[in-house]
Design a protein around this ligand. Structure first.
Ligand SMILES: [Zn+2]
Length: 185
């Protein structure tokens, strides 16, 4: 289950560096957020990364995706992803929907819901993220093409969603919270 349930405790974060990237001195420090080399003074802040997800709704159904890659490959997920430098959160979510599903929406169609902290383990580095969730209401069910890091797109009736099938903790909590606020049909 560990691959499906990332640790939620920030205490489990570790420094991603064992050596200083600037002077190659060994790095004994364990501060996961601030790398500070005592030998040469190099500093690096392993800051929280911003990510966004969209809870896309049509006619009592929520659109979920299946993850094609690690972490939590094969589990269900909320479409979305990381914000690129210089990009707004809304533009990042709109871009990810296009990349993952071929779905074009205007960033203004995203309605802010809430944020959740998460931990995202990838290639031996665990990133602390701040995940912002938006709601998108669609009047019609669009044609979707699962691609990029998505293997499948599923429209699930609110009442038939099993949150435990959602691998990443913040996406699972977001769907649970969203469903709790809906009239389950
Ligand atoms: Zn150094």
């Amino acid at each position: 289950m560990s691959s499906q349930s990332p640790p939620m405790s920030a205490d489990e974060l570790r420094s991603p560096f064992r050596y200083c990237p600037a002077c190659r001195a060994e790095y004994p420090g364990q501060n996961p957020r601030e790398f500070h080399c005592q030998a040469c003074g190099f500093r690096y802040f392993h800051n929280v990364a911003a990510a966004g997800g969209a809870l896309i709704v049509h006619d009592g159904h929520l659109l979920l995706t299946r993850r094609a890659h690690a972490p939590a490959a094969g589990t269900l997920d909320v479409p979305g992803g990381f914000v690129d430098p210089g990009e707004t959160l809304e533009a990042a979510v709109a871009r990810e929907l296009e990349e993952e599903l071929g779905l074009r929406i205007e960033p203004q169609a995203l309605r802010y819901l809430f944020t959740l902290p998460n931990l995202y383990p990838y290639a031996d580095v665990t990133y602390a993220t701040s995940d912002t969730f938006f709601r998108v209401d669609l009047a019609t069910r669009p044609e979707l093409v699962a691609r990029d890091d998505v293997s499948e797109a599923l429209w699930l009736r609110f009442g038939e969603i099993t949150p435990s099938s959602i691998g990443l903790a913040s996406a699972r909590m977001a769907v649970e919270r969203f469903l709790g606020e809906q009239q389950v049909e």
